[in-house]
Write a protein that binds this ligand. Structure first.
Ligand code: MSP
Length: 471
């Protein structure tokens, strides 16, 4: 049995979950469920990123002890992940004792690539990133994402010698040994890599205390990204445990805004540890609200719980996995969400299941043999290429094809005319087609797939309530 490890980015615990946070989770969950369908044993990691200046400052602004503040946010995110039906197997908080200890071990193992230096330059707390002079000039000193002036830092800290690994990382990315998706981001990253100097990887405690202490130097804490990226390994038990069954990861899901950390610092860390690079880093776009970036100051942040409550979990997953582009920035609006629910889920799939089950039950039809389908090659190719929108479209065309087949073959007329053999054949084709599509739907909308299987898998009884009730 293949062992497959899949990861999600760990969100900062500086606020409530918003719909943008759902993307890593739903995509990684589709990947995990698909691999389980292929028969793999899968581990899916999730977790929370709890250190750094941004979180510390926010807790201070709110007048709360920082641990208490992150604890309350972690509870909200855990609740959110449960509500999204994410089939994770492992969870890590970066304030977990096991994580901090393993992180320090990782630092020790990287020691020959770490040196003490002096950082004089810029930092964006919103991005939790050291900013180069070039970027500072290009952006006229103000972070375009956070609309805040960069902070000037003059401090002693540790540097990670990225230059020790640059050539190897460039070669691995160029040869797709670590495949960056979508393809067009590869060029951007390669250019960025060429320009990347050695990076600062610690902060003096005089500036920031909220972090993992640097081993053997009481005056420094680790830069939050070193701590955060390590989660993918610490959650597996690295370095005490042999992780070779699980590492390298099959796929790591991240947003495009944090792709650079996962394709520059992260592979360099892995090479420094003597570990292989992940097979795929898949980066999704940003979710916009009415074409605009969601932000608390604009007041257009969409609460995911409200979206989940509106039509339930699978409507949420449907929208974010089919109507939202897998890789490009896409817009959430309530109109689009309602339209997808009413015209696609309720009309295409819900009605199909209802009509078919009603006809099958009325005519005492059931499949002669237990269904056992092979996944179509076309579907597998799209899934293997992480083209989740397109794979979902492919299945949806099958669903729509079944609706056309019902309208064309008119099983109700065959029943009326007493053409029982033809009726049997027609219903068999339809039920078979639906169950086959249903298997392909199961990574995307697992609860609905379970319900459809319950209705059609054995003796057919129509669902008591519609799968997607209109209200
Ligand atoms: N803590 C870091 C990740 C560390 S991973 C070792 C972080 N946190 S975050 O909370 O800012 O973002 C978490 C994930 O949510 C990222 O993959 C990010 O791209 C994603 N999104 C946050 N806002 C988003 C949108 N508006 N739209 C889509 N995804 C977005 O970065």
């Amino acid at each position: 049995m293949n062992k497959t490890y899949i990861t999600t980015a760990i969100p900062y615990m500086n606020g409530d979950p918003h719909i943008g946070h759902a993307m890593d989770y739903v995509q990684a969950d589709v990947c995990a469920r698909y691999h389980r369908l292929l028969g793999d044993e899968v581990r899916l990691q999730a977790g929370t990123d709890e250190h750094g200046s941004k979180i510390f400052q926010k807790a201070q602004d709110l007048g709360l002890p920082v641990k208490e503040y992150v604890d309350s946010n972690v509870a909200k995110f855990k609740d959110f992940i449960e509500k999204l039906g994410i089939s994770y197997t492992d969870f890590v908080r970066t304030t977990d004792d096991f994580h901090e200890k393993r992180c320090q071990e990782i630092w020790r193992q990287l020691k020959e690539h770490i040196y003490l230096g002096k950082y004089e330059g810029w930092y964006c707390t919103g991005c939790e990133r050291f900013i180069t002079d070039k970027e500072y000039d290009e952006n006229h000193g103000v972070c375009p994402d956070h609309q805040k002036p960069y902070d000037k830092l003059e401090e002693e800290n540790y540097y990670f010698r990225i230059s020790d690994f640059k050539e190897q990382v460039i070669a691995a990315i160029s040869a797709d040994e670590m495949l960056i998706l979508p393809e067009f981001r590869k060029r951007e990253i390669l250019k960025l890599l060429e320009e990347t100097p050695d990076v600062s990887i610690s902060r003096p405690k005089s500036q920031l205390t909220w972090g993992v202490p640097v081993p053997d130097d009481e005056s420094q804490v680790m830069y939050v990204w070193i701590d955060a990226l390590s989660n993918y390994l610490t959650v597996l038990g690295y370095p005490e445990k042999d992780i070779s069954d699980w590492w390298p990861a099959e796929a790591q899901f991240v947003g495009k805004d944090i792709l650079r950390f996962h394709t520059i610092i992260w592979p360099a860390m892995l090479l420094g540890l003597g570990l292989p690079l992940p097979k795929v880093i898949s980066s999704h776009g940003m979710i916009l609200a009415n074409g605009q970036k969601m932000s608390k100051s604009i007041g257009n942040v969409v609460n995911p719980i409200e979206v989940l409550d509106k039509h339930g979990l699978d409507a949420f997953r449907y929208f974010f996995l089919r109507r939202i582009d897998t890789f490009a920035d896409s817009d959430f609006t309530w109109e689009k969400f309602e339209d997808a629910y009413n015209n696609e889920l309720a009309n295409d799939l819900g009605n199909l299941a209802q009509r078919l089950a009603t006809m099958a039950a009325k005519n005492n039809f059931r499949l002669a043999t237990e269904p056992d389908y092979e996944l179509p090659a076309e579907y597998c190719e799209l899934m293997n290429n992480y083209e989740y929108n397109k794979a979902f479209d492919y299945v949806w065309e099958k669903v729509q094809g079944l609706n056309r087949k019902i309208d064309k073959e008119k099983p109700w007329a065959l029943a009326k005319e007493g053409k029982l053999d033809e009726l049997e054949k027609c219903l068999a084709g339809l039920v078979d087609g639906l169950l086959q599509a249903n298997q392909m739907l199961s990574p995307f909308i697992p609860n609905t797939a379970d319900k459809i299987y319950e209705v059609f898998g054995g003796e057919i009884t129509p669902p008591k309530t519609p799968l997607f009730p209109k209200n």
